[in-house]
Design a protein around this ligand. Structure first.
Ligand SMILES: [Zn+2]
Length: 711
């Protein structure tokens, strides 16, 4: 004798669909029915009133989670979940088996049951047919599920057969554990994807006095087509006079396909979990409410919907709540999505009763294929945005002109934002510093030194230099690469060196040492991962830098070293540079690298050497800070939309390279403009310190003043 009074109102012709009802301890349920998932005795962001308004008639709760917290004794004290959560309609509890078997760690399994450790406090629990049913009795659900061994539908035959047989033995123990409790209990048919095992399981389980039957082990790894075939085969083996439940399914299309194959009951987290991701199911497709397109839209989510959300709130408001991460947004979208699901189930019931299910099915599976689709893009076709290429705080951006850059997500700042990064690196750092010419200065540099014993000799055959070149016989040129980023500047220097090595035949080349400073290697990792978009990385050096922080050119004439960490902490122990490519993030993002103190510290570290510094900044206050620190400052080449950039040096002659015009230093006209500028002082210059700061700038030797003592 069944504890659920199950009665069929109507059955569709040429379809397994049926409209029915069953009576539980807490009232009647019409089927086909969708059960919202209330894992922790609550449906995410809903209360019992909003659930009722959405049309919910039965909820699902998770035995496993409620067993760990709040624990059986709380439900015993409250006389069950209904009073505890103030829900007076039916509740179905799963057995906990799905959670235990889908977590492969921290459990021991045998005939008795599954032992597992609580993820909350590390306590050990035994989940056996007896303990699962005892917990479900404490919860006081209207429908309990037997404990089964849940395995993926893709499991191998031996494993599937063993799990099916164990599930059968546990089904008998579960029924015995229920005793004379008035709570209903469902059996579960297993058997993975093997039709003969499914048939045996159905025959075994349906021979037991269960009040309904579930099809288990689906929606865990099989394709949509396999699932539909297995569902059809399984329901065909289940008795007509008991409700049938397809666990964990699904999207609107999944549901209507399963109804067509004879299923009555469904549960799924989709409506509420998609709500938390900002997605709304509507009659015109799934809307992603994060999209800026909804910012000014005054209409409801779905013009065809009469739910509380659509009756009172605009798309613009929901968009705003989702963008700001407000939980009200999750609530409003969740309520609308549940309403959408329940209205769909109501329409299915009505169509079966009216004898029009097949028409409804054919019409809706078309329309809902769109609803299941990934946006209203299906209504207004447009190309899907490409998947974002991200790592940590960085993502790859590709400009309409085709070149790619790395962007820091938190600051929004793009590395080499104004033009093609490779082009920018070449113009701003390589050509402007005359790096190639400085490397070819080897001969001249040698002449100023004691006689040379070993000359590096380029080997035409191997493309490298003979080992004799390992002995540095001409002074090394040192470049500091401040802000390695995606290695654009460093690789531009490497290419420049390689070109010089091949084209320079009249004497020795200066050895080059590149020292890159970087705190965060994610931009380079990201760019290497998507190296098709970063052709400058098609070289052995960048990967070697990532792996061992060092790379040596085959000629031994080029050493590239990475100093990982804070630039200011690392710079003083690095070889003193001839050139600095100063390319950190801007003042807004990386303020400490643009302060007075920092430039003063760099200047001290360079003294008394001769160093030229190149940077993309054109800021008046940063130029003033460089002057204050002791640098001579000049105008650099234009880059993209910038009409100039900035160069600085410890001595004016560092900017001169034989055969090239000197870069112009800032002149008295600049000084006059600076005097009138609103951005005269760098950050950190107090009001009291401003007069002294002004005097120091005016008296800088570059403007004709006396040489200052910068100690
Ligand atoms: Zn709505």
């Amino acid at each position: 004798m069944s504890r659920l009074k199950f009665s069929i109102h109507a059955e569709a012709v040429f379809s397994g669909a049926r409209a029915a009802e069953f009576e539980t301890l807490h009232g009647k349920v019409n089927t086909p029915v969708f059960m919202p998932v209330g894992t922790q005795a609550t449906v995410k962001c809903q209360n019992v009133d909003t659930l009722r308004e959405s049309g919910s008639t039965v909820l699902l709760a998770n035995t496993y989670h409620l067993m760990l917290r709040p624990g059986a004794e709380v439900f015993e004290k409250f006389g069950g979940i209904h009073r505890f959560m103030n829900w007076d309609k039916p509740v179905l509890t799963d057995s906990g088996g799905y959670q235990i078997f889908s977590l492969p760690h921290a459990r021991k399994m045998d005939e008795k049951g599954a032992q597992f450790q609580s993820y909350i406090d590390g306590r050990w629990f035994l989940l056996s047919p007896e303990t699962s049913i005892a917990m479900q009795k404490a919860i006081g659900s209207d429908i309990m599920m037997v404990l089964d061994q849940c395995i993926p539908s893709t499991a191998r035959r031996a494993e599937a057969e063993a799990a099916m047989e164990l599930t059968h033995r546990w089904a008998i123990r579960s029924l015995a554990a229920r005793g004379d409790s008035p709570q209903a209990m469902f059996g579960i048919v297993q058997g993975a994807a093997f039709p003969d095992l499914r048939a045996r399981s159905a025959s075994d389980i349906t021979s037991l006095p269960f009040d309904g039957f579930a099809v288990g082990g689906l929606a865990v790894g099989e394709t949509k087509e396999q699932r539909e075939d297995l569902t059809e085969a399984a329901t065909a083996l289940l008795p007509r006079d008991r409700p049938r439940y397809l666990m964990g399914v699904g999207t609107p299309v999944d549901i209507i396909e399963a109804v067509h194959r004879g299923v009555d009951m469904f549960d799924c987290i989709i409506p509420t979990s998609l709500a938390q991701r900002g997605t709304a199911y509507t009659s015109i497709g799934r809307l992603h409410m994060r999209r800026g397109l909804y910012r000014l839209q005054d209409q409801p989510l779905d013009p065809a919907c009469t739910c509380p959300t659509c009756s009172h709130y605009s798309r613009a408001y929901v968009h705003h709540l989702i963008k700001t991460g407000e939980t009200l947004g999750w609530h409003l979208l969740g309520q609308h999505n549940l309403y959408f699901y329940h209205r769909m189930m109501g329409e299915i019931q009505a169509s079966v009763v009216a004898g029009g299910f097949l028409d409804y099915y054919n019409e809706k599976r078309e329309a809902w294929a769109h609803v299941d689709g990934d946006d209203e893009a299906t209504i207004h076709p447009q190309p899907r945005p490409p998947r974002r290429m991200m790592l940590g705080d960085y993502e790859v951006l590709t400009a309409p002109q085709g070149f790619s850059s790395v962007r820091q997500c938190s600051s929004g700042e793009v590395m080499h934002s104004v033009s093609n990064p490779v082009e920018e690196a070449r113009l701003l750092y390589i050509e402007q510093s005359h790096l190639g010419a400085r490397l070819r200065e080897g001969t001249a540099a040698t002449e100023r030194r004691p006689p040379v014993q070993f000359q590096p000799t380029f080997d035409e055959k191997t493309g490298g230099c003979r080992s004799v070149a390992a002995v540095p016989c001409v002074p090394e040129l040192v470049v500091w690469d401040v802000g390695l980023g995606a290695a654009t500047n460093a690789m531009a220097a490497v290419r420049c060196f390689e070109e010089a090595l091949v084209t320079h035949t009249s004497g020795p080349l200066r050895p080059l040492q590149i020292v890159s400073f970087e705190r965060d290697l994610d931009p380079l990792r990201l760019a290497i991962r998507h190296s098709a978009r970063f052709p400058h990385l098609h070289h052995a050096a960048p990967s070697a830098i990532l792996k061992q922080a060092h790379w040596t050119h085959a000629s031994d004439l080029l050493q590239w070293t990475l100093r990982e960490g804070d630039f200011l902490a690392k710079m003083e122990s690095a070889a003193r540079p001839d050139l600095i490519f100063y390319d950190p993030f801007s003042f807004k993002t990386d303020g400490p690298l643009w302060t007075l103190e920092t430039f003063a510290r760099i200047f001290r570290a360079l003294s008394p050497g001769a160093t030229a510094l190149y940077t993309y900044s054109t800021s008046t206050s940063i130029r003033a800070a460089l002057l204050w620190a002791g640098f001579y400052v000049g105008r650099g080449v234009p880059i993209g939309p910038k009409t100039e950039t900035t160069v600085a040096c410890t001595r004016p002659e560092c900017l001169h390279v034989a055969g090239y015009p000197a870069l112009p230093l800032l002149d008295r006209q600049w000084l006059e403009r600076w005097e009138r500028s609103g951005a005269k002082f760098p950050a950190g210059v107090s009001k009291d310190a401003q007069p002294e700061f002004e005097i120091r700038i005016r008296n800088h030797p570059q403007f004709g003043g006396e040489t200052l003592n910068y100690d």
